[in-house]
Design a protein around this ligand. Sequence first.
Ligand code: SF4
Length: 399
Amino acid sequence: MPAQAPSRAPAPPRRRTALRHRLAELRGADVPAQPLDARALAALAANPGCRRRALLDGAGVDKTALARSLGSPSGFGQSQFAFMRGNAFEARVKADGGAELLRLTHGRLGGGPEPAPGESAVPELAAAGPEGRAARTALALREATESGGWTLLDHPMLALDVAGTLAFLEPDAVVVHPDGGWTVVEIKSFPMIDGSADAAKVGAAARQAAVYALALERVAERLDPAPPVRHHVLLVCPKDFSNLPTASAIDVRKQLSVTRRQLARLTRVEDIAAELPEGVTFDVRRPAAELTAAVEAVPATYAPECLSACELAFHCRARAREEGEVTSLGRAIRGELGGLTTVSAVLAAAGVGSEGAGGREDPGDPAVAALRRAAGLRAEALAGGSALTGGGALGGASC
Ligand code: SF4
């Protein structure tokens, strides 16, 4: 079954052009836009409350360069060696017109007779610019579905509306089956040993693939009848410790529904941009102080998960700690504390330290009551500990 229709209508062309200009201003004169990839979109969907990230990604700001200019460089990036190894493996998987890749797809997902060598199609997808490539991909998908054979689309281009701006995404491959179904293929260089791989890496690959499947569904919805986008993606990895490819079908239904819901929750980029003061720019060539003020003008919701997902994590963490925000302790703790959003408010509620007597907060608030009880237990434990230590009850004992 094709997915439900997008929850928001795309903006009319004139508004889109105005928004494009505004975002180009924010990025800085002559600064090319950084394309959004599926990894970035999956991370954006994981923290939909962060307006800062939504705006910077929507404007195509190079967050790695911005973090460097702010004086808080990120630890992101893939080594050149890993990059070359990944490219060599992908080329091997797709060699001979994708014969091995199509064999693996058929073996794991079926969808028609076994692909015969030399009879599968690999259409040319080259075109000018991302819009041109996305249009060429959509045409190739339609033709492949009508052909009723096996087709491999190598690095197709898909467009997805994200918070009012178009993101262009490039999966490793998409396979069209003879039964008309479409499958997203992710090729990774981490090993699959005895049929299983590192769960965290598989999870990250599944979240990325779900973003591609979502974008693919948008293309399918424009065809009549809409071809089914499979909710199992094909993950291809090196087998054991060799360079031979093996594959597994990954069910991404859960990731798809989470991504769909989270992307729909993102505040529109144009609304965030409209709230910025006049003259704000994220041009990474500007002085650090000016950039810091610009970044701070957009609200953020830092969480420790940002450390593995966003290039600005060190900057946002430092700010969250300076402000004493409890979000820096984790979302679970933040949720438990209800309306107490700063560490000083928590200490005051508990009535400990130099933060006051703790009499201002509502004692009926479950978070305040729990904090006071915890503070009382801690005080008792400390008093008991000092009595034992001070009295030497155990200090001089020998066994
Ligand atoms: S690191 Fe900062 S900008 Fe990035 S998602 Fe977290 S709070 Fe938002």
